[in-house]
Ligand binder design. Sequence first.
Ligand code: COS
Length: 385
Amino acid sequence: MDYFLTEEQEMIRDLARRIAQEKILPLRVELDEKEEFPWSIMKNLAEADLFGIYLPEEYGGTSGGCFELCLVVEELSRVCAGVALCFATSALGTFPLLLFGNDQQKKKYLSAIAQGEKLVAFALTEANAGSDAGGIQTTARLEGNEYVLNGTKQWITNGGEAEIYTVIAMTDKARGSRGASAFIVEKGTPGFEFGKKEKKLGIRSSSTRELIFTDCKIPKENLLAREGMGFIVAMKTLDTSRPGIGAQAIGIAQGALDEALVYARERIQFGKPIISFQAIQHMMADMATQIEAARFLVYGAARYVDSGAKDISKISAMAKVFASDVAMKVTTDAVQILGGYGYMRDYPVEKMMRDAKITQIYEGTNQIQRNVIALQLIKEKAKGK
Ligand code: COS
């Protein structure tokens, strides 16, 4: 299928594919088993200039966008979604800065991010604020020239490994979601510590940790946008990054289909390769069709985000929900095609199935995505669209 990539986009995709094959594939099993952060691969991606792919040239990037980012995330995820996540999360954490930072903040942070010298993380979730993002309890109190942060963030991807954190905290609890604000917090700031590292079903090479703020003082210049804008910063960030989860999902699904195809051609039962049975052929035809449909949607959503359109919530949520459901279905079917072998760790499809599950959960569960889509449908209807 031709997605009409420019020459530059083809180069980016091929570069990411090469790194995935040459650098990630040999380490995939070990990283998953040891639950080890893939620093050597982050270095490879930095050397290939991929961390700046969506950042403007004036801040050290290569001026691509959400679409180019999706191409890279898809290729890395085709081999290992855990490694891809460490890379993609840096973009998630950077979006608040890119979308809402002032020139001074961008100059201070973006170039090191684009060079891959510093990883970034996004801190919204708390123990009692997951789907209900407006329910966060972490506070930020202005005292003179500093904000003082108190509270605990939970399940923060790249936690402990990232140098820069974009954190959503309440500056005025009485105002509900309109009382949230967004901040930049640097690792090493006194009063900022990391809690336990989580043990996860999948995406095991990525790190997921608590962030603990105890009277953590940050300069007031680290406020992003204005006080009270934090919820909007978080929502716009997620709207921008959700096609990337879709890309991760199609990468995982494509990787699983690739494996199933190889296996089905080699596995002999009843005297012939199982690929010659219509039951297997139909499963694989459905898997390929679903992946292609998801790819169309994700690429379309990413291009729409890059167009500068304001109404991106619905299409971003659609891309995420559809692609992640496809990834779960396709990886489960791949395990089925490989049968008993598919259930064993000797083959990569069980890992792909474990990795796929999270794409239906993080950056907003698929139930929340459906709420977002339905709300937009209702709003559009009310406007007579
Ligand atoms: N863009 C801009 N503004 C938005 C927005 C968006 N995508 N979504 C909501 N808003 C605005 C609303 O317009 C509203 O503004 P006003 O106060 O001016 O009316 C405000 O934000 C509050 O919106 P709403 O009342 O819809 O908020 P809810 O508390 O009902 O929550 C959902 C809405 C469920 C969509 C939100 O909490 C959410 O996305 N949750 C999932 C969070 C998530 O993805 N967590 C994963 C962890 S982060 S990796």
